[in-house]
Ligand binder design. Structure first.
Ligand code: GRF
Length: 218
């Protein structure tokens, strides 16, 4: 811990919010020098909102009105975020694509986690697609968000062996468990100033980060 002010986080969710909870617990337990000031869901009534409230976190719902109204949605999101003044916005199971303008205005200040070893398997149903392809390894990726879907610079990946007999459920559960470790870890690097965004790219420990740090899990 650095003794500096905690990194202020706002977390955007769409559903269960288990990554959000893992990050909030890492903050509350002092494992990372960060604080979750606000959780916003784009879907009303999801379990993640209850979890956030139970953790004592302020919540808001900014309901997704449909793709045609995305700019209106982002204006409301912006207003909701303005009160919390986050240093960093954390996408955690947030199922909407943010506009180029929204993302560009916050370059280096939005993180996402995606359940695959990006650049493989952008988009949905990653675990099923990995099994169908017969891949031997799978995992999850923490990355900075750019306007390109699941395409921003990679920070940290968990690598998980696909086991013979794995089903979509068992593989999903194993990858998910690693997300709860790597997402708080990457946020902790930001909070400690080890990870930074300069000259339109990520830096780790004073060097340009040209490839993600990869951590192996059983
Ligand atoms: C996670 O698998 C994450 O990688 C993906 O969406 C899922 C969210 O799960 N982006 P949860 O809402 O955090 O439980």
């Amino acid at each position: 811990m650095t003794g500096s002010d905690p990194l202020r986080l706002a977390i955007l969710i769409s559903g269960r919010g288990s990554n959000m909870a893992a990050i909030a617990r890492a903050c509350a337990e002092g494992r990372i020098n960060a604080h979750v000031g606000l959780v916003i869901s784009e879907r009303p009534g999801v379990a993640g909102l209850d979890t956030a409230r139970a953790l004592g976190i302020e919540t808001r719902t900014v309901a997704w009105p449909g793709a045609a109204e995305r700019l209106q949605f982002e204006r409301e999101l912006d207003a909701a975020l303005a009160a919390a003044q986050p240093d960093v916005i954390i996408l955690a199971g947030f199922m909407r694509i943010l506009s180029q303008q929204f993302v560009a205005a916050r370059a280096g200040r939005i993180l996402n986690i995606h359940p695959s070893l990006l650049p493989k398997y952008r988009g949905l149903h990653t675990h099923r697609r990995v099994l169908e392809a017969g891949d031997r390894v799978h995992g999850a990726s923490v990355h900075f968000v750019t306007a390109e879907l699941d395409g921003g610079p990679l920070i940290l990946q968990s690598r998980v062996a696909v086991r013979p007999g794995d089903s979509e459920d068992t593989l999903t559960a194993r990858v998910h468990a690693t997300e709860y470790i790597i997402y708080p870890r990457a946020i902790g690097w930001l909070a400690d100033g080890r990870l930074a965004w300069r000259d339109d790219r990520p830096w780790l420990d004073g060097k340009p980060l040209t490839a993600p740090v990869v951590e192996d899990f059983p």
